[in-house]
Design a protein around this ligand. Structure first.
Ligand SMILES: Cc1ncc(C[n+]2csc(CCOP(=O)(O)OP(=O)(O)O)c2C)c(N)n1
Ligand code: SF4
Ligand SMILES: [Mg+2]
Length: 297
């Protein structure tokens, strides 16, 4: 076979993608997110060496352990900065970041805003259970007022954050909301975020059956709730409209709330890099460094 001959490869099956047996509690919403991630990889014919799954710390952040591909289980709240490094240096990878509401909006809150405004091309799925699951029930930034936990024994008193509003205000270019109880919708949102050029943020309601059972029943028709999709006449490019939709009281609407085109960080740096690559093409690495040192004098 010639070195350039194309090798035909079969799309991966679920058994090729599942690494470890997930250690989540029975009924945990996170199972559904993992199953749909496998489905997405299968649908898109992505191979092992192109999968990159990054997470912080939390039950949801165990995600990369269960996926056969490149994976990083990083420091609590720091998944996005790590993923940004990957995004900038390996643009050939399909990069997904998964994590919890605590990881994303408490300890990682600042990184969330900066990754959004920089429009780093990656997909970020926050598995929001409105509680700290791994550490056994503390109030999280999305816990509603009145939620009783180990840190708020008499009920939470602080105003919860609204992840969608936070993402829009931060400068995200793709903002969507879905739930683990609607697999078709969840998969559609992940596919749309993946196809978006820039920071694709998805808030996925993912129930913690152990420490916040029934939290999202009002959004689940099987539990007597209502699953309302984003209205057909909603204009996702209209920031004010998107902001209003994001502010609807729970259970709110599900779907793409906001989506606009803006060059990604990769796009913007590509131009700068190309210019300087051209300028320095005849120089050795030490000469480029010396030039930089001289400029700083
Ligand atoms: C620097 C640091 N602070 C605190 C912790 C303890 N800790 C681990 S996970 C976690 C919160 C997890 O909540 P969330 O991100 O919502 O994930 P979930 O377990 O609910 O999926 C905390 C506070 C830690 N691991 N590292
Ligand atoms: S504690 Fe909650 S979030 Fe963690 S695995 Fe169990 S059900 Fe899932
Ligand atoms: Mg959580």
């Amino acid at each position: 076979m010639s070195a350039t001959a194309e090798i035909t490869r079969e799309p991966l099956k679920k058994k090729d993608l599942a690494a470890d047996h997930p250690t989540w509690c029975p009924g945990c919403g996170d199972f559904s997110v993992l199953a749909l991630y496998f489905k997405l990889i299968q649908n898109r014919g992505i191979h092992h060496e192109k999968i990159a799954t990054v997470a912080g710390i939390g039950c949801s952040s165990r995600f990369p352990y269960f996926v056969q591909g490149h994976g990083v289980h990083f420091i609590h709240g720091r998944a996005l900065p790590f993923a940004t490094g990957i995004a900038m240096s390996r643009q050939d990878l399909d990069l997904f970041v998964f994590g919890g509401d605590g990881d994303a909006f408490s300890i990682g809150g600042n990184h969330f805003t900066h990754c959004a405004r920089k429009n780093v091309n990656l997909t970020y799925v926050v598995m929001d259970n409105s509680v700290y699951g791994l550490t056994k029930k503390q109030t999280s930034p999305t816990s509603p007022i009145g939620f009783k936990s180990k840190t708020d024994m008499w009920g939470a008193v602080d105003q919860p954050i609204n992840p969608l509003k936070q993402a829009i205000a931060g400068g995200a270019t793709f903002v969507a909301r879905t739930t683990h109880t609607n697999p078709k919708h969840l998969l559609a949102m992940m596919e749309a975020a993946m196809d978006h050029n820039g920071f694709g943020f998805i808030e996925c309601l993912s129930e913690c059956t152990e420490f916040y059972n029934g939290a999202f029943d009002a959004s689940n028709p099987r539990k007597g709730g209502e699953f309302l999709e984003v209205p057909e006449d909603h204009d996702p490019t209209n920031e004010t409209e998107a902001y209003d939709l994001a502010g609807q009281p729970f259970p709110g609407h599900f779907g793409i709330v906001y989506q606009v085109d803006r060059p990604s960080k990769q796009d913007r740096e590509k131009t700068i890099n190309a210019k300087f690559m051209e300028k320095t093409k005849d120089l050795e690495a030490h000469q480029i460094l010396q030039q930089n040192f001289d400029k700083m004098k």
